[in-house]
Design a protein around this ligand. Structure first.
Ligand code: SAM
Length: 214
């Protein structure tokens, strides 16, 4: 059994992977294509993998949990904050399909450049990679049906709530610099509902509504 199939089998057995569309996306978007060549052999170890610049490609189980909680549909417009390797952006692009769109923001230009190259090479024409401070969102293309933040913030950045469409879902790890809770924020009419999903550990969001420094 390949590393990918073994991982899928384990994530299903553990009750983590339940959505057949997300399973399909994992098969369609190989994680090894988004890792530094010397680390490709670790692609199906269920751990975050270092991608340089002190950053990581998130662990597969966490990516699966977030993709499922996003309740993605074809044709949706999604904002991702924290492009990193580009793997999650590619999975998002696969799940929203050619009629959908993904805008992904990365603060480290070298990572953004590399992710842009990989996404283009793999034919993901529905993804735009932007260099900037994603804690401010990306107002040019707002509103977004879904927003996913793959770095940890001290609070929910107000611009992200503003840029979320009516009925939209925002997923974000919120808490301290080292340990956080994954929050699911839903905009329903005038109200904004927050639900705490689980404890998580993410690298910090660095920016205006993130942590200072860096
Ligand atoms: N989604 C990524 C993937 O599939 O590889 C994993 C992202 S990694 C856990 C978090 C990323 O968020 C890092 O690449 C980091 O540089 C980026 N980041 C941190 N603060 C940011 C900000 N304010 N705006 C945009 N990106 C930010």
């Amino acid at each position: 059994m390949s590393g990918l199939e073994a991982l899928i089998k384990r994530l299903r057995a553990e009750g983590v992977l339940s959505d057949p569309r997300v399973e399909e996306a994992l098969r369609a978007v190989p994680r090894e294509r988004f890792l530094p060549p010397r680390l490709e052999k670790y692609a199906y170890v269920d751990e975050p993998i270092h991608i340089g610049h002190g950053q990581t490609c998130s662990a597969p189980h966490m990516v699966v949990i977030m993709l499922q909680e996003l309740e993605l549909g074809e044709g949706m417009k999604v904002l991702e904050v924290g492009t990193g390797s580009g793997w999650n952006a590619a999975l998002l692009a696969y799940l929203v399909g050619p009629r959908g769109r993904v805008v992904t923001v990365e603060r480290i230009p070298a990572l953004a450049e590399e992710a842009r190259r990989r996404l283009k090479e793999m034919g993901f024409d529905n993804v735009k990679v932007v260099v900037g401070d994603g804690s401010l969102g990306y107002p040019d293309e707002a509103p977004y049906d879904r927003i996913i933040v793959t770095a940890a913030a001290p609070e929910v950045p107000p611009p992200l709530v503003e840029q979320l469409a009516e009925g939209g879902i925002l997923l974000i790890p919120v808490g301290g610099r080292y340990y956080q809770d994954l929050l699911k924020v839903e905009k329903v009419g005038e109200s904004v509902r927050r639900k705490r999903l689980m404890p998580v550990v993410f690298v910090p969001l660095v920016g205006r509504y993130g942590y200072g420094g860096g």
